[in-house]
Design a protein around this ligand. Structure first.
Ligand code: SF4
Ligand code: SF4
Length: 336
């Protein structure tokens, strides 16, 4: 945490901070005031307590009372094509981008602190609402920020600081709505989205991926080949602007169903790309088990049978389910 004492006597020029943000790798920066996010607080309080929202905070005055402005930093990314090779699994490009943006934000935080200001990167206020307040885009029916430059393919990072002062009256709202075409709702495999927007956030697949929880049986087949991330609603949206670009690495189901040393290597490689916190071994294993079941992967049966005795509930339950899926197609003696 930053110390409670600001050493610099004057606020910085916004252009100076923008330049720093660019040098750290961010494509665009906006600013908004540290006013409490009351509308978002009310909305979240009325919704199911999803894991990603448990960390959310709503009032900078409570968390970082020295904050005089929030930097809203955008890190765009190109979507990866869906896997085409047998055994390849899908990792949404958002996750490696988010990992890179996290480190960039820590670099910017350090530069601001070195210049004598208080700064705290990755503060957990509602990022999309802050971006709208900063005039960077609008909220689409898919509940995501849609920017004119990058569509919705952006990681949003918030950085609290006293290096810039933004008054509430300087907060802007970009005018406009998304096209309201409903393609995102039609593409959503779970019904999380409907004509009113994100009506059932608790149904979104992302809430179940690599969370270390036992995924409801009705949701498991909908994961298909997705190890992390869904992206179906964004793929369908006509307001995207960035082209597909393959990741320069791939993940194969075979690598995730190896014996311990090879599995650890595969997980370490994944962790290097998306962050070790996101790629925790038992969570990766639990998700890989579901994908084995969806792929009816006979070759994975030896691994699944070991995992079926795991002390981790999600690994054990998913492995047992996957074995049933495979044996229903290939027969009970498969792989023995
Ligand atoms: S990410 Fe997938 S499951 Fe979630 S709302 Fe979009 S399409 Fe639906
Ligand atoms: S798919 Fe259509 S309705 Fe959904 S966010 Fe994009 S423009 Fe809006």
């Amino acid at each position: 945490m930053a110390s409670a004492l600001c050493l610099a006597e004057e606020e910085m020029d916004r252009k100076q901070i923008e330049q720093m943000a660019r040098e750290c790798g961010f494509a665009k920066m906006g600013v908004c005031s540290p006013s409490a996010f009351e509308q978002a607080r009310k909305r979240v309080e009325q919704q199911p307590p999803l894991a990603e929202r448990r960390q959310l905070r709503f009032d900078p005055a409570e968390e970082c009372p020295w904050t005089t402005g929030l930097l809203v930093l955008l890190w765009p990314y190109c979507p990866a094509p869906l896997p085409s090779q047998a055994g390849e699994v899908f990792v949404d490009s958002y996750y490696p981008a988010s990992h890179a943006a996290y480190h960039a934000s820590r670099a910017l935080e350090k530069r601001l602190r070195d210049a004598g200001y208080l700064a705290q990167a990755n503060v957990a206020y509602p990022a999309k609402e802050a971006a709208v307040r900063a005039g960077l885009g609008i909220l689409g029916r898919n509940s995501l920020l849609i920017t004119p430059e990058y569509g919705s393919r952006v990681v949003i990072i918030l950085l609290a600081t006293d290096a810039i002062r933004v008054n509430p009256r300087e907060d802007v709202q970009r005018e406009g709505n998304c096209r309201g075409c409903g393609r995102c709702a039609m593409a959503c495999p779970t019904g999380a989205l409907d004509e009113n927007g994100m009506s059932h956030p608790e149904r979104c697949l992302r809430n179940y991926m690599m969370e270390g929880i036992v995924v409801p049986e009705s949701v498991r087949p909908l994961m298909k080949r997705k190890l992390l991330g869904c992206d179906a609603c964004q793929r369908a949206c006509p307001m995207q602007t960035l082209p597909n670009q393959p990741l320069d690495w791939t993940v194969h189901l075979d690598d995730l169903t190896q014996e311990d040393a090879a599995f650890s290597r595969a997980v370490a490689q994944l962790g290097n790309r998306i962050g070790r916190n996101a790629a925790r071994p038992q969570r990766v294993r639990a998700q890989a088990a579901l994908l084995c079941g969806n792929a009816k992967a006979v070759r994975a049966l030896p691994a699944l049978r070991r995992w079926a005795e795991s002390e981790f509930d999600a690994v054990r339950e998913h492995a047992r389910w996957a074995i049933d899926q495979i044996e229903a197609v290939h027969g009970g003696g498969s792989g023995t």
